[in-house]
Design a protein around this ligand. Structure first.
Ligand code: XCC
Ligand code: SF4
Length: 631
């Protein structure tokens, strides 16, 4: 599609996606758009969180006539238990991803499949964790650090090591609220225990555990996932890439990498550049091998290698529907089981690789540290050999593509922001320029926009419209997960997008040479955002809840998002959700989450499905925080 406009309109994008729906219909394939129709209206009990099936006396459903389950539990207990279990699923998933990365680091060696790419970051962490580094082999240090990291999952005593990175006030707040997280697995197990039949039904206790479990994710498992990924694969620095379906190239062997764990995608990227594989692709009649990403795996390889981002969560089926994908290679999380049957309508191979995510109608190639190179090569080869089976005549690739600059890790942001203000610029890089921009009012504040797509919201619409509104108001955005890809696909992640900003933010973008929405990575990388706000608060000499910063997940869907929401709020950042969790069946739980928890941690949730109102509420909160600071 030819367009000179800065951004695609939603209509332009949707018109192209609609053509892929026609392809699906012709092929007799099933897509999420079709299945949403079959699933609506949703079950009201489930939606409100008032269905309980944790024991076999049930399932019990709360109504006006039946206000208690058979055991006597009321709606508040049931909603809070369900909320906690939802959180635990998210904590477990995120943190187990982190654990996989710890294991990968533990297996590194100078001549192995995986190596240490950022020794500086490793040595910094070793120092923080009091691991001896003097005169030692870097891999011995790596193994010690990884071992300590692994122990964070199950250690019998103490709280998470990374908590010490937070402001002093945060650490005290967590202690006082009794939510300082202990071993990660313990918080998940304790939560499961609490929600067993006949244990906790007191909303306050259950929500407290939900926060504690969330914190073990954000300041434990996820943070280790991020740190160790940087050590293994390099700390992201600003890098150019492209986004949307137009990144799929008709002339190339196209491989989609999808999921979360960079251990797999890094290897696939490496072998796609292998001379032997490229020659093989050329011999098969292709120009080469083209890797594109979906979901958080995409974020991981985009920020480290500039691999283009084909799309986010609700775009995964669209990729296959182009008819130009030789293989979809997945690891864990956010992978539609629909991809198996959908791939069968085309020549596409759907390759699962993890024992954690096994699906029908897929080719399973088990992937682990020992066989990583070998198996990545085999997968790439399988894709290349599949090129001949593609029906080029019926390929339809929407020509949608936008430039994007990605890879703003904390290190990446500091390096850029240092060029902005004239105040006390520290050559080693500090957060002072950012503090100066905010106190002077050039920037009004910041929003961390994160999270998924959800068919309950017009896909990407809430992300993109909210971003546009905030930019106009001189509010800078830091993004991760599928929100980041929504921005990139629309065109918001290119530097020219500064034209959409208020004068202050536009100036910052020009001086620092950054786009107004900064790509901070995948969902585990929300831990980067937690460190960012805590560092800024320290530099400023205030605590996190005082900062004119809020979090937002306008289209979230996964359990991980709730785990994240809990740790973001616990970190002292007011968080705005555009999809309401299954809590409406209890006014007590709703009031606790949107109000009461402020007494514990200094921040709370706002649930609002009207996007305009959600945006206004964020701006009001940011301005109120500025007023309170007297700036
Ligand atoms: Fe999944 Fe991380 Fe959500 Fe996207 S944003 S749909 S969780 S890929 Ni994490
Ligand atoms: Fe019903 Fe209570 Fe059993 Fe839940 S725990 S299913 S409310 S009897």
């Amino acid at each position: 599609m030819e367009t000179n406009a800065l951004l695609y309109t939603h209509e332009e994008l949707e018109a192209e996606y609609a053509k892929l729906q026609e392809v699906a219909e012709k092929k007799g394939a099933s897509t999420w758009q079709m299945r949403v129709k079959q699933q609506t209206p949703h079950c009201k009990f489930g939606e409100q969180g008032i269905c309980c099936r944790i024991c076999s006396m049930g399932p019990c459903r709360i109504t006006a006539k039946a206000p208690r389950g058979i055991c006597g539990c009321d709606a508040h207990g049931i909603v809070a238990r369900n909320y906690l279990r939802f959180t635990l699923g998210g904590t477990a998933a995120h943190s187990d991803h982190g654990r996989e990365i710890c294991h990968t680091l533990h297996e590194t060696s100078a001549d192995g499949n995986y190596k240490v790419k950022d020794p500086e970051k490793l040595l910094k962490l070793a120092k923080e964790w009091e691991v001896e580094t003097e005169g030692r082999d870097i891999y011995d240090v790596a193994h010690d650090v990884a071992y300590i990291g692994l122990m964070e999952y199950g250690k019998p005593f103490g709280t998470q090591r990374f908590l010490k990175r937070a402001t002093k006030e945060r650490q005290e707040t967590w202690e006082k609220a009794e939510i300082a997280p202990r071993a990660i697995d313990r918080e998940v197990a304790t939560g499961m225990h609490m929600t067993h039949m006949g244990c906790s039904s007191l909303p306050e206790a259950l929500i407290r555990q939900a926060f504690r479990s969330g914190l073990s994710d954000g300041w434990g498992g996820s943070m280790m996932g991020t740190e160790f990924s940087d050590i293994l694969f390099g700390t992201p620095m600003p890098m150019d890439t492209e986004a949307n379906l137009g990144c799929i190239d008709k002339d190339y062997v196209n491989i989609v990498v999808h999921g979360h764990d960079p251990s797999l995608s890094e290897m696939i990227v490496e072998y796609s550049q292998d001379k032997e594989m490229v020659e093989l692709a050329k011999a098969a009649g292709a120009k080469g091998i083209n890797i594109v990403g979906v979901c958080c795996t995409s974020n991981e390889v985009a920020m480290r290698h500039g691999i283009p981002m084909a799309g986010n969560f609700l775009q995964q089926e669209n990729c296959v529907l182009t008819g130009a994908i030789e293989a979809v290679v997945v690891d864990v999380q956010c992978i539609f089981p629909a991809l198996g049957p959908l791939s069968k309508c085309f020549h596409t191979k759907f390759i699962t690789t993890s024992l954690i995510a096994q699906m029908p109608e897929s080719n399973f190639v088990q992937f682990n540290v020992e066989n990583a190179g070998e198996n990545a090569k085999a997968i790439v080869k399988e894709a290349v050999e599949n090129f001949k089976n593609r029906d080029q005549e019926s390929v339809y690739i929407p020509q949608l593509k936008k430039k994007a600059t990605v890879g703003y890790s904390c290190e990446g942001i500091v390096s850029r922001l240092d060029t902005v203000t004239n105040s006390q610029v520290d050559v080693t890089g500090t957060w002072q320029p950012l503090v100066d921009c905010i106190t002077s009012g050039v920037l009004r504040g910041a929003v961390a926009m994160v999270g998924c797509n959800n068919p309950k919201v017009r896909a990407d619409y809430a992300h993109v419209e909210l971003m546009k509104k905030l930019l106009k108001n001189d509010i800078i955005l830091v993004l991760s997960g599928c929100s980041a890809q929504a921005a990139a696909k629309a065109g918001l992640m290119c530097k020219e997008a500064k034209e959409l900003c208020g004068d202050g933010l536009k100036r910052v973008c020009e001086l620092a040479d950054i786009p107004p929405v900064l790509h901070m990575g995948s969902c585990v990388d929300i831990s980067r955002m937690m460190l960012l706000v805590n560092e800024v608060a320290k530099q400023w000499g205030i605590d996190v809840p005082q900062l004119p910063v809020v979090g937002c997940a306008p289209e979230w869907m996964s359990e991980k998002a709730v785990s994240i929401g809990n740790y973001v709020v616990s970190t002292g950042i007011d968080t705005f959700l555009g999809v309401i969790p299954y809590t409406e069946g209890s006014d007590v739980v709703t009031d606790l989450l949107t109000n009461g928890v402020k007494d514990w941690v200094g921040a709370s949730f706002t649930f609002e499905t009207d996007i305009e109102k959600l945006g206004d509420a964020m701006i009001e909160t940011i301005e109120a925080k500025r007023t309170a600071l007297g700036i």
